[in-house]
Design a binder for this molecule. Structure first.
Ligand SMILES: *Cc1c(COP(=O)(O)O)cnc(C)c1O
Length: 503
């Protein structure tokens, strides 16, 4: 039986939520989600609907619901059905937008479990099994890199691991926070006094200009100013030219600057191409420089025995970030910061946390010493349940399938009149351009705007070699050549009408 929730407000003490309440709410939510997934599977409906927030808010009656309260389970079902009509549909085969996973249902179940249990587990006591899961998936990730995990810390010694030589990590709420955490570790290595005294102004970071914006943001947050990111020379495809690193080192020396970190992309966000990690890594080892690999998207090649050669040299890194919510099928967010020396992570945060951490009766490791977050969601459950369900083979198959599809789309697009691709893809990210007319950059922008306004396809755009391109990130295993052919037809039609002055 479904309780009338409005009766709750008449009670002096609000009752706690019961299993029956959960069931009453989850059933209609589940039905709405099942309908959503069926529509996505059949490719019906829009993949994206870009109305303004006021229109959406009015249609969904958001203010009314807040004002009146008392949403019943059947209302919830109707509300979610309307909401799901408007979500950006990652499960739709016409989705080739940003680099966010079509999540495995096991990860969605983890979100529900986390939503009920709310184990904010940066402190061990707040979620012992969540910590055990996090440490286990981190060790799995470290072994993929080829690193030996540090011996598990069993008590407050998490700040001082038993095997200082072993590797370690922490899960964070996303790759941007992971990059910031890694830059903090690099700073602590280079300028240990910085935590107390502030960041010395002679520090610089070498990174390709096409690095994810969170890198410059992290450097700016550290107080260095974004100008402290010195661009490493790249080729026309934005891939790092490792031979230019030496001249940057000489220049830094001449100007009295210290290199805090050298950053490489594996792979780059815009193009999906990999920087030459063995060369960059060897340079860093030779000159004792902190080597950070941004593998938020492409470190997942590690899970594929066929493709892991793309990230050869990754083991030379001092720090590495790797998002599970991009290519490891988990829902957002689930990212990892991994370090070759476990002690470098607690070393990044040099703060006594005595009011939170009582060392006298410590039962297990507190992750709070190695992370920006205080309340930290049990992110490991998403990756664990997904891995436990699909296995390592399933992870590899997912990666390989998406890369294979992308390669097939590259062939399809390259072979077509009026379309060009600037490079052969190395992952599941592919840039291309529609030719024709005077202003090609403006054409790509107009094309994307038209396609998104129609809502039948979702693709992004990126600048490659100074030129605007359209960009496919093939995240959905159901996106096939027929779907991409339809997209190309649509783009051709629009290009003709734009260039013919019809619009
Ligand atoms: C996606 C991405 C990031 C940012 O990760 P979020 O999880 O979106 O914060 C950082 N670096 C690269 C190379 C990325 O592709």
């Amino acid at each position: 039986m479904i309780r009338n929730w409005s009766s709750i407000s008449e009670l002096s003490t609000p009752p706690s939520v019961t299993a029956t309440d959960l069931d009453a709410l989850v059933q209609p939510a589940l039905e709405a989600l099942q309908q959503h997934l069926r529509e996505c599977r059949d490719g019906v409906g829009k993949v994206i609907r870009l109305d303004d927030p006021e229109t959406i808010s009015a249609e969904l009656q958001l203010e009314e619901w807040i004002g009146r309260g008392g949403m019943q389970p059947q209302d919830l079902g109707r509300f979610l059905a309307a909401y799901l009509q408007r979500v950006t549909r990652l499960n739709h085969p016409a989705y080739a937008g940003h680099q966010v996973a079509v999540p495995h249902p096991a990860s969605a179940v983890a979100d529900l479990v986390n939503g009920v249990t709310n184990n904010g587990m940066a402190i061990y006591e707040m979620g012992p099994p969540a910590v055990a899961l996090e440490l286990t998936v981190l060790r799995w990730m470290l072994r993929q890199v080829g690193w030996t995990p540090a011996a598990p810390a069993t008590h407050a010694s998490s700040a001082k691991p038993a095997t200082p030589e072993g590797a370690g990590g922490v899960l964070t709420h996303g790759g941007s926070l992971a990059n910031l955490t890694a830059m903090l570790a690099a700073r602590a290595h280079c300028a240990p006094e910085a935590w107390e005294e502030g960041t010395p102004s002679d520090l610089i970071v070498l990174a390709p200009a096409v690095s994810h914006y969170s890198v410059a943001r992290a450097v700016s947050i550290l107080g260095l100013g974004a100008k402290a990111v010195w661009p490493i020379e790249v080729d026309a495809r934005h891939v790092v030219q490792a031979s230019h690193l030496e001249s940057l080192r000489t220049k830094a020396k001449a100007e009295g600057r210290r290199i805090m970190a050298v950053i490489a992309n594996a792979c780059s966000t815009a193009t999906g191409l990999y920087d030459p990690l063995p060369e960059i890594g060897a340079f860093c080892r030779e000159h004792d420089l902190w080597f950070h690999v941004d593998g938020a998207h492409g470190a997942s090649a590690l899970v594929s025995p066929r493709d892991r050669h793309k990230v050869a040299g990754i083991e030379l890194a001092d720090s590495l970030i790797w998002d599970a919510h991009k290519m490891l099928q988990t829902s957002a967010l689930c990212a990892a910061v991994l370090v070759r020396r476990d002690a470098d992570l607690p070393g990044a945060f040099r703060q006594g946390l005595d009011y939170l951490v009582d060392h006298s009766h410590q039962a297990g490791p507190d992750l709070i010493h190695r992370t920006v977050e205080c309340t930290k969601a049990p992110l490991g459950l998403k990756l664990f349940l997904t891995l436990a369900t699909v296995g390592e083979d399933g992870m590899a198959a997912h990666w390989e399938h998406l890369c294979d599809r992308t390669h097939a789309f590259w062939k399809l697009i390259s072979a077509r009149d009026g379309f060009t691709c600037p490079y052969e893809p190395q992952s599941n990210i592919l840039c291309f351009r529609v030719e024709g007319g005077q202003d090609l950059d403006a054409l790509q922008t107009k094309l994307r705007a038209r396609v998104l306004a129609e809502g039948d396809f979702y693709l992004t755009s990126a600048t490659v070699n100074g030129r605007r391109h359209l960009r496919l990130t093939v995240m959905n295993p159901a996106t096939d050549e027929a779907r991409i052919s339809e997209l190309l037809d649509r783009l051709s039609d629009h290009a003709r009408s734009i260039n013919g002055g019809i619009c």
